[in-house]
Design a protein around this ligand. Structure first.
Ligand SMILES: C[S@@+](CC[C@H](N)C(=O)[O-])C[C@H]1O[C@@H](n2cnc3c(N)ncnc32)[C@H](O)[C@@H]1O
Length: 342
């Protein structure tokens, strides 16, 4: 029930008690461009909100039922996948590794550039924090020392660690730069700068070997590739070389070649451990369900593709990654959205 109020303009002089003087209902176009009568006194926005609420009330049971079914299917699939992965030897290469007594210097450094706080949702920040934890674990278990620096470790990312993993301050062999941005960490000398390479899937330039004396930069962002060419453009602005991992050369994937940051770091560690055998390194890190054996790869769409990026699975007991926690469209079930435009 709503009270019908007349629309009063500053020049109106009619009396509220005289129904004869009430203004005519206003005609508006609804979303389907049909003319509908707007109750007098009700704004177009309020009317649209009300219609949306009505639609939601009518459809919510069906929506919830569908969501329950989808979750059930996802649970079954997850179980099947994890059983398949249990039997995959390559994938367990890295999981089975013991922490080495000492590490062989790799001569390579990695920077995770976390200057993208504003571009992520809270769930994506949680996922990124889980990825940093995975990188730290990979670093400690690697036979080779692959130096890792986390730059611009502040805002919600830092808050997440303070709240859920306060022990991170005791982590050794990982350099956390709270206030230094990537730009501030780069050398001013052009020759030195030429040994810094920003890794991105958005280039045709491909890495052959990880070169001693080089620093490889990874974008510390979880975005399901919403922000196309974000890191490529940042690298160009900073005058950095760019390169992608040689995925297509060695393996075939079910989805686009955009990997999660932690997978990229883990692959680099495994590459040293496996005598620069990229194929083995990819197979030991990427879950088998993401790989395709012997099937010809379809051409990627020129707009950057529409398939999902590959997120690492979160460990048991940790928060789920953004891709797991969100619905297919990243929406959550709640009231209908009211961000209508007029
Ligand atoms: C989830 S991706 C970020 C995607 C983001 N839209 C972008 O512009 O890069 C996280 C990071 O992992 C690294 N990465 C992902 N896939 C890669 C690939 N195929 N080759 C090289 N680096 C890759 C990049 O450094 C990238 O910034």
């Amino acid at each position: 029930m709503f009270r019908i109020l007349p629309q009063i303009s500053p020049t109106s002089t009619y009396s509220m008690s005289d129904p004869e003087q009430l203004p005519e209902p206003v005609q508006v176009n609804d979303a389907k461009r049909q003319k509908v009568e707007l109750p007098p006194g009700m704004s177009k926005n309020a009317w649209k909100k009300l219609q949306k609420q009505k639609r939601w009330d009518e459809q919510k049971d069906e929506y919830r039922q569908k969501r329950r079914e989808k979750k059930k299917i996802a649970r079954v699939n997850k179980k099947l996948r994890s059983e398949a992965e249990k039997n995959d030897e390559n994938y367990h290469l890295q999981a089975k590794r013991e922490k080495p007594q000492s590490q062989i210097p790799s001569g390579v450094s990695v920077i995770m550039d976390c200057e993208f706080d504003e571009l992520m949702s809270d769930k994506e920040i949680v996922s990124l924090s889980n990825q940093i934890t995975r990188c730290y674990s990979a670093k400690r278990h690697s036979t080779h020392e692959v130096d890792l620096v986390i730059s611009t470790f502040n805002k919600r990312l830092k808050a997440r660690f303070e709240k859920s993993l306060p022990d991170y301050k005791l982590w050794q062999n990982l350099t956390i730069k709270e206030n230094d941005t990537l730009e501030e960490l780069l050398p001013k000398d052009a020759e030195e700068l030429s040994k810094f390479v920003y890794l991105t899937a958005d280039t045709e330039e491909e890495i052959d070997t990880l070169q001693e004396g080089y620093t490889y930069i990874m974008g510390g962002i979880v975005d399901k590739n919403r922000h196309k060419q974000l890191c490529l453009n940042k690298a160009k602005k900073l005058g950095l070389k760019v390169a992608r991992l040689p995925i297509g050369k060695y393996i075939q994937m079910n989805s686009r070649h955009v990997l999660a940051t932690s997978h990229v770091y883990e692959i680099m560690c495994m590459c040293f451990e496996l005598n620069h055998d990229w194929e083995k390194a990819f197979n030991s890190v990427l879950p088998p369900r993401k790989l395709r054996a012997g099937i010809e790869e379809p051409k990627e769409k020129s707009d950057g593709g529409s398939t999902e990026s590959v997120e690492p699975e979160d460990k048991k007991g940790e928060d789920s990654s953004a891709s797991d926690a969100e619905g297919e469209n990243g929406e959550s079930e709640s009231e209908p959205k009211t961000s209508e435009t007029n």
